[in-house]
Design a protein around this ligand. Structure first.
Ligand SMILES: NC(=O)c1ccc[n+]([C@@H]2O[C@H](COP(=O)([O-])OP(=O)(O)OC[C@H]3O[C@@H](n4cnc5c(N)ncnc54)[C@H](O)[C@@H]3O)[C@@H](O)[C@H]2O)c1
Length: 266
């Protein structure tokens, strides 16, 4: 039995290495910064290598940046092998890269559907698979945290394709968690709400146009749906990611944890 009653949450993370996909901006960047503050060496892996380098530079000399398209198997396999070679090993994958577009369900195009699914769930599948293969090869009890969404728990209007892709993230997370639990690998997901990032800026503009509202009215609605009474900050999500990666969550796997300010309480 481990007595960790006096151990601060996250103190066991010092010296570990994490890959953060979509870590150049927004929620991924906040998670990378929080993990780095707990002594984790960070590999930012992002579609935008320039922005990834800027973020890695902000994190300090221990951090590094890699170009990656999570939706392409060849890119994932090449980049994960490069990270393993450059950093020697890794212990944590934060599969956070995601995209959205907004449209009425009856107007969603094949292109929009494929774009959301290729990044949001195929990207989670490919990166999780690469990490698990490595953890098994290296005999590591690795940790995976997938970024799902509030829209993975309740269908989100104008985001039916995005919602479907995020529900799939939770299905994948549960199934993979069951398969790799015997090897001590944990797989969980986090479900943020209305988070102030560039993704939200794009969504507010789309929603305002589709519903004939002003951007201010859309934001007001997001806040009014949030019992804690404000928009979510990327940093509000980061603490949960640190917890899920840490030994404090050692008996948790296959979970999709809400961090929404109370928007969804199920
Ligand atoms: N902002 C929100 O309100 C909100 C709510 C719930 C869940 N999420 C989820 O959180 C995650 C991060 O979203 P965010 O709001 O920080 O978005 P963001 O657009 O601010 O950042 C997303 C990052 O992912 C990168 N990216 C996009 N496509 C990629 C690809 N194919 N391969 C690698 N990297 C790629 C982008 O370059 C960017 O750095 C996403 O999975 C999103 O679905 C966001």
């Amino acid at each position: 039995m481990i007595d960790c009653s006096l151990t601060p949450i996250g103190s066991d993370l010092k010296g570990k290495t994490a890959i953060v996909t979509g870590g150049a901006t927004g929620i991924g960047k906040a998670i990378a910064m929080s993990l780095a503050a707990h002594g984790v060496r960070i590999a930012i892996a992002d579609l935008n290598p320039g922005e990834a380098r800027t973020t890695a530079a902000q994190l300090g000399k221990e951090a590094s940046a890699f170009g990656l398209d999570v939706s392409k198997r060849a890119s994932v396999e090449k980049t994960f092998a490069e990270i393993e070679k450059t950093l020697g090993s890794y212990d944590i994958l934060i599969a956070n890269a995601g995209v959205s577009t907004m449209n009425r369900a009856i107007d969603i195009t094949d292109e929009e559907w494929d774009f959301n699914f290729s990044v949001n769930i195929k990207g989670v599948f490919l990166t999780n698979q690469a990490a698990v293969r490595y953890f098994l090869k290296a005999n590591k009890k690795g940790v995976i945290v997938n970024t799902a969404s509030l829209a993975a728990k309740v269908g989100a209007p104008l985001l039916a394709h995005y919602s479907a892709s995020k529900f799939a993230v939770l299905g994948w997370t549960q199934a993979l968690a069951r398969e790799v639990a015997p090897q001590g690998i944990r797989v969980n997901a986090l479900c943020p709400g209305f988070v102030k990032t560039s993704m939200q800026e794009r969504e507010v503009a789309w929603e305002a146009k589709l519903r004939g509202l002003s951007s201010e009215q859309v934001i007001k609605e997001y806040v009014s749906q949030t019992p804690l009474g404000r928009l979510e900050e990327p940093e509000d999500v980061a603490g949960l990611a640190v917890f899920l990666c840490s030994d404090a969550a050692r008996f948790m796997t296959g979970q999709g944890i809400n961090v929404t300010g109370g928007v969804y309480m199920g």
